[in-house]
Design a protein around this ligand. Structure first.
Ligand code: PLP
Length: 394
């Protein structure tokens, strides 16, 4: 072949975190076939879709089988009914008022997070370290310079704006955060919004875990004054309503966001209508049901189930004097490996001594070394069993 390839792909680090975890677990299981391994490393939900969602999907599926109600291509930005449902969801849950033209329904947060990079030129990118890897990789693929902001014990795993005022930077914020579970307060987000407005920078706010916020912390960046002139928000129903396999989310781009007289919302519309053909009708109806009043009640029960697991794990950490964040507004517990162990050392220790699998923090960035992520997405039974094992021996 004589084609030129995207050289930026050479700058991507091999993503070996989950394959290495799987390899070590497989090797251990082969040596100890009797071991009952408990997986607390998964970032995927495990509870099924709820009754309202399933009912809406059945109904929409039936509509698709009748000529009078059959639907073909959906609008790229989503049908009006789902845009209206999202606007209502924001208004009722956060008091944030959105125009329908600001709401773009898509197939989940990962694609929108990665694809939004299409809109921008050669800007510097600022990211927390450790962080959800898609922010980094999608920008490396475009050859952008990435500056890391350490998220560590000193700043409560919530990096704040740097002292140096950098102009025109794109900052990714995730709250509640993956992997650390830390959540920004309104005051902290206000500082970021101030920084962005003063420097002509843009915040891309990932609110994939907003449904886990329980202490009054902001669920949306648009709860913060001044954010409409400097922020885009990307959210998803994956962790809110078990849509990891069903795929639906949205991106909010305020109409005020303009650069050089060009509207970012219009550019995104243009981008999506060229490279995306909309979320399936059945899924949009499912999403509408998920954020309806009944759907919200049901998903609140699923979230309460997960958060009960988080409580169990958090109580073991407290008993053992292990410092951690998360577990309150987040399904993740981000703990400091005891005895000064490194992330992989602690992984092996947990696996071989307790038969428990988690995720080494260093897999999310260099600053994650010496930390470890446990998740609350397992079953109660498995989580209680894991807690019992840790209580006895940790
Ligand atoms: N953002 C964060 C912080 C995540 O942890 C995840 C998934 O784990 C996503 C986005 C992607 O979610 P989705 O399933 O909507 O693509």
């Amino acid at each position: 072949m004589k084609i030129k390839l995207n050289e930026n792909y050479k700058n991507l680090k091999e993503s070996y975190l989950f394959s290495e975890v799987a390899k070590r677990v497989k090797a251990y299981s082969a040596e100890h076939p009797e071991a009952k391994i408990i997986r607390l490393g998964i970032g995927d939900v495990t509870l099924p879709l709820t009754a309202s969602v399933i009912e809406a999907m059945h109904k929409a599926t039936d509509e698709m089988g009748v000529q009078a109600t059959f639907r073909g291509y959906a609008p790229e930005h989503g049908y009006d009914f789902i845009r209206e449902a999202v606007a209502k969801y924001y208004l009722e849950r956060t008091g944030v008022k959105l125009e329908l033209d600001e709401i773009f329904v898509g197939d989940g947060a990962k694609s929108d997070i990665a694809n939004i990079t299409d809109l921008f030129g050669d800007n510097e990118i600022m990211l927390a370290d450790p962080v959800y890897p898609v922010y980094m990789d999608s920008n490396l693929m475009r050859g952008r310079k990435v500056t890391l902001l350490p998220a560590n014990e000193a700043n409560g795993f919530l990096p704040m704006p740097p002292a140096e005022k950098k102009e025109g930077v794109i900052v990714y914020l995730c709250s509640p955060g993956n992997p650390t579970g830390a959540v920004y307060s309104a005051e902290q987000l206000s500082e970021w919004v101030k920084y962005a407005n003063e420097t002509g920078s843009l915040i891309i706010f990932d609110s994939a875990y907003e449904a886990y916020v329980s202490d009054g912390s902001p669920r949306s960046i648009f709860e913060i004054e001044g954010s409409r002139t400097c922020a885009i928000e990307i959210c998803s129903l994956s962790k809110t309503a078990g849509f990891t396999g069903t795929r639906c989310g949205w991106t909010i781009i305020p109409l005020e966001l303009e650069e050089d007289g060009r509207s970012l919302a219009k550019m995104w519309e243009r981008r999506q209508s060229t490279k995306f053909n909309g979320v399936p009708y059945v899924v949009q109806r499912a999403a509408e049901a998920a954020i309806s009043e009944a759907g919200r009640k049901e998903s609140a029960e699923s979230i309460a189930y997960y958060m009960e697991n988080a409580k169990v794990l958090a109580s073991v950490m407290r008993e053992k004097g292990i410092s951690f964040t998360g577990g309150i507004n987040s399904p993740y517990i981000w703990l400091k490996c005891p005895g000064g162990m490194g992330s992989w050392e602690f992984f092996d220790y947990l696996l071989t001594k307790f038969g428990i699998v988690g995720t080494p923090g260093v897999g999310f960035g260099a600053e994650g070394e010496g930390y470890f992520r446990l998740t609350a997405f397992g079953s109660h039974e498995a989580t209680l069993e894991a807690a019992e094992r840790l209580r006895k021996g940790l």
